[in-house]
Design a protein around this ligand. Sequence first.
Ligand code: ARG
Ligand code: ZN
Length: 876
Amino acid sequence: MLDVQKTANNEMADAAPHPQEARTIRREDYRPPAWFVPEVHLDFQLGAEQTVVKSRLDVRRSKSAKYQEPLILDGDDLLPVSVRVDGESWTDWTLVEGALHLPLTGASHIVEITVEIDPSTNTQLMGLYASGGMLCTQCEAQGFRRITFFPDRPDILSRYTVRMEGSKADYPVLLCNGDKTDAGDADGGRHWAEWVDPWPKPSYLFALVAGDLVANNDSFTTRSGKEVELNIWVRDGDLPRTGHAMKALKDSMRWDEQVYGREYDLQLFNIVAVSDFNMGAMENKGLNIFNSRYILADPEVATDADFDGIEGVVAHEYFHNWSGNRVTCRDWFQLSLKEGFTVFRDQSFSADMGSQALKRIEDVRILRAAQFPEDAGPLAHPIRPESYQEISNFYTATVYNKGAEVIRMMHSLMGADRFRKGTDLYFDRHDGEAATCEDFVVAMEDGGDADLRQFRSWYETPGTPKVSARLSHDPQSGTATLNLSQQVARTGEKPEPSQMVIPLRTALLDPDSGEHEGEELLVLDKPEQSFQFEGQTEHPILSINRGFSAPIIMESSQTPEELAFLSTHDDDPFARFEAMQQLMTNYLTARVTGTPADRDIVLQAVGAALSDESIDRAFLAELILLPSEAFLGDQMVVVDPEAIHEAREKLRGKIAVQFERKFRRLYAQCTPGEFSLSAEARANRKLRNVCLAYIAGSQADDAAALASDQFADADNMTAKQGALSVLSHMEDKDRGWAFDDFYNTYRDNALVLDKWFTLQSLSQRGDTVKRVKALAGHPDFTMSNPNRVRALYGSFTANPVRFHDASGEGYRLIADMVIHLDAQNPQTAARFIPPLGRWRRYERGRAELMRTALEKIAATPDLSKDVMEQVSKSLA
Ligand code: ARG
Ligand code: ZN
C-alpha cells in the first residue's frame, strides 16, 4: 500500500498528528457540510493486489456556506493518480492529513479522481479487502475514505452508480448496492456489472463484493404485493447452512411491516457471508455483509445460542434499512439514533419469535456483563458521546445496549400505541435525511403526545443510576409507603448531576399468597419521592423494576426471606429470576467479605425452584444458574477474583451435592429425542447442560464419564459444547480425548474450530495461561482472522480467575498480543483494552500489574489512534 507521508508530492502534505496528540472531535463543533455530492459514479477495475478506482463526483457548494471553502475530500492511505475538474487535468491540490484539498471557486463542478489500492495488504479490514479469495468492503464508520477520496461523513447523501469489472474466473459474482442494471463480458477473461442504487445514501453504506459465491435464492412478497428477490451468498459448501438465516430474514421483513409499518424498498436484497470481519455484520443498502458466524448454522455445528444470534443479527441488519438507512445519522455522535433504536427493534423481534421472559433475561445479562462495567469505568460515556478521538471505539455496549434500554423506557412510558405514532412521525418526517437523536425525541413527543423534556438527560448522562427503595407499612391505616430515591453519578462535564426519569414497573405482593392487585408504572423523576398504597392490611412484599423496566442498579433492603419469597411467587418471570439472582449475590458477596450469611435460605429457594413442576424447563435453567464471577466482582468495592471464584465454587458444590438426585433425575428427563428447534427441545437441551454442570460440581465419580457419554452421543452442537465445557475444567486424562476428537472432526470448519479454542481459553484449570500461549502457536491459529483472535484471547479475558492470575501472566499475555495485533488490525486490538482498563477496581497487587501492562502498551511506538485513545483514557 502507498505510504502517503513519504510519497506525497507537496510540502503542504502534513504528517498525521502523533497518536499521543490525536485530535479530539467534539459534538458541539458540528458544522453542516460546505459541499454536497448529489451524484457519484464509481468504476472499479478489480484485482486482489491492485484495484483501480475511478470516481466522478458531482459536487455542489452549499448555498448556506458563508465562505468560499475548498472542497475537502477525506482520504486514508490514498494518493491520487489523477485529478480532473470539469474535464480538465487539475494539479492544484494538496494532501492534508490524508485528505485531498481542492480550492474550487464555482458553485458546482465535476471532479474525477483515480486512485489505486491494494486489497490484499489491507489487514485492518476497513475499506476494500480480501477475505478467503473474495473481495469485499466495510465502510462504516470511516472505511470509504480508504477506497476513494470523498467527503466521508454521514450527512452527505448521494445517488451511486457503480461499474465493477474483474476476472470472471476469480470473481464470477459481482455485487453492489441497489439493483443490477447491466452486465457483460470484457476482454482478457474479465466481466463487468453495473449497479444503481436509487436511494441516496451516505458513503458508510456503500458496499461491493466480488467472489466465487453461490446463493440461497428465495423471495418475499411485501404487504403491498411487491416481490423481492432474496439471496444469501456463501461459499459453495456452505449452502446447506443458510436456511436459518433465510427464515430469519423473511420473518424480519414481515415483522417490520406488522409492528412498525415498514416495507422493503428495493427489488433485491442480498446478504453475503465473509470469514474475516471485525464486527458482527453491516447494513449496507441492499447488500448486507455478515461475519459468517451470524449466517451459517445447522444443528451439527451450531448451538441454540448460535441460532439465536443469527436470528437477532439478521433482523438487526434488516431493520437498519429504515432505522439507519432511510433515516440515517447526521454525525457519528448520533450513532445511538440508529444503533440503540435498532437493537431495541431486534430485541423485540426476537422476543416475539421466542419467549419474552427468556429474551429479557438474556438482554439484561448482556447489559450487566458488558455495559454496566463500561459505565462504571474509565471509558464511560453517554449514549450520545460528547467527544471522541477514534469513532470505532464508540461502537460500544453503551451506545448499542444502553441505547436500546433508553428507547425501551420511552416505549414503557408512552405505551405501544403512542410509541408507534411517534416512530411513524419520525420515519415520515425524516425519510431521506440525516437526523439527530434530538430529532428522534422531538418526533416521539410530537407524534406520540409525550413530554420528554426531562427524559433527555438519558442521552447526556454517563453512569448507571442507583435507585434505593424502602417500603414501610402502617397497619392502622392500611397504608404502605414506598420511598424511592435516585443517585446519578457526578460527571466532570456537568456541575450538577441530572435527575433521570426512571420508569419502574411495580407491584405489591400479598405476603401469604403472593398475589397482587395489578402492576403500576411508577415514574421516579425527582431525587426523592414517595408513593402510597392504600388498603394494605399486611406488610406487602415489594416487587419493583419488574421486567427490568429501567437500566438501573436497585438498592433495596430486601431480606433473604423476601427475596426467596419473590423467587418462588412473583408472577413476573424476570422479577422472579432477579430475586433469585439477588439472593445468591447477597449471600456470595457476604461470603467473600467474610460477613456471616444464611446459606440455607439460598438452598431452600433453589430446592423450591427444582421442585416446582409448573416452571418451564428453559426458565428453570436460568433460575438456578449462579450469578457470574464477573457480575459478583462488579458488586464489590475491591475485586478479589480468587476469593469470588472460591466462594462461588463452594456454593455451586453445595447446591450440587444437596440436590444431586434431583439433578440426575432432571438430566434423565431431559434426554433429547429427534433434534428440533422447538421451544421444548431447546429447553431440554439447556436444562440438561445445566444439570450436567451441577452433577460435575458435586465431584461425583462418574461426572467425567457422564460428560464423555453426552459428548460422544450428541447429535447437536448444544449438547456437544455443554459436555466439552464441563470436561474442559477436568484433568487431561478425562478431557484430552474429547478435545482431540472434536478437533479431528471439525478442523475444516473455522466456526466450530473457534469453539475448540474458546473452550480451552475458558478452562478454570491452573495451567490455562500456559495453554493459551501454546495455542497461539497452533497451526490453526492466526492473528489475521478476528473471530479466531476473539476465540482464543477474547474468551481468555472473559475467564476471570485465569485472566486475573495473581502472577500477572494473563495481563502480560494480553498486552503483548495487543501490541502485536495493533500493527495489523487496530480496531480489533482496541477491543482488548477495557478488560485491563478496569484496573482500579482490583486489589492492590493485581491493580498494579494491570496498570503496568497498560503502560507497556502505551509506551509502544506508533500505536494506532484506536488503541492509544483507550489506553490513555484507562490510565488517566
Ligand atoms: N452498523 C453495524 C451494526 O451494528 C456495525 C458496523 C460497525 N463497524 C465498524 N467497523 N465499526 O450493525
Ligand atoms: Zn447496527
